[in-house]
Design a protein around this ligand. Sequence first.
Ligand SMILES: [Zn+2]
Length: 336
Amino acid sequence: MSELEIIDMHCHLQRDAEHGQEMRDYFLTPHLVKPGAPNLGTLDEFKELMAATGISAMNALMFTWSGRYLRHGLYTLPDDPEERAAGETDLRRRILRRISDNNDWAASIAREHPEVGYFAGVNPVVMGPEAALAEIEGQRAKGTLGVKIVPSDMGVTGSDPRLFPIYEYCIEHDVPVLTETGGHSPNCRPGGFADALAKFPALKLVFAHFGHDKEFGGPLDREVLDLTRAYENVHTDTSLRLHEVGDGSVEPEDMVKHLRALGTDRVMFGTNYVFSDLLPERPAHKPAPADVDPRFTQVWKSVQVLKTLPLTDDERAGIAAGNFKRLTGFRLPAAR
Ligand SMILES: [Zn+2]
């Protein structure tokens, strides 16, 4: 049996240790970070993770917490209305540049490292729809495999009209869009995309983490299930979910049933590293064996679950890498 090729289609790469520290101290606040966890999400750490877990390639979802930058930057502006307006214009310009520089950095990493792909991040609410569209066009020329959006940071749902020009462009140019999901903000409910999908049924939309309901198969997961059934281009990824099987809180057979209900050709393996191993564990958490690097516990568990779920070989290969390659055109150079 040949080795299973595994691509982590959902991970978060930080530019360097300082950027990783900003992610921990600034972005994740007020979430608790797992005490003592040293993870920063840098490229060197990604390489160690791949070697330790048998993952062949990583797709970095670029996310600049631009909504937060804007909200916080506005606190610093002066009272005088004219100066305030000028300050806000300058602030938005600087944030736009920050987004673009982060995407450019990812493009340069992907060029130098064929085992790294990326989705360019945009925030049309902060940038304005035209600038967001221009950024996507520019990143397409630089090699982006898709677009990443974060509704909780944008402060709007997936059906906000400021997103429509992006959807139109991405349909026209066959570019997938991946969105954050979860119950931490009403804006990132999968159901918030229903109106957009009704208007843009051809959109290749990936809902992260099956919908990320607290309860496996709960309302957010069901919204993703309904949308995958209604729209043939809707996909999802396994990030933050497979280790529920590893922890024994979800039965392998129930996970397979859910994967088949979604469509095993619509699901892609992902981990959400570095967040996966920085956020506090669920109550059912079981540690990995002692010979596993504790920095990569959740990723390691997810890989073991992927390898052992009672799926057919074709289903497993599709979820592990094939579906992502089909969706994005990503190819690794011939191995070894
Ligand atoms: Zn994520």
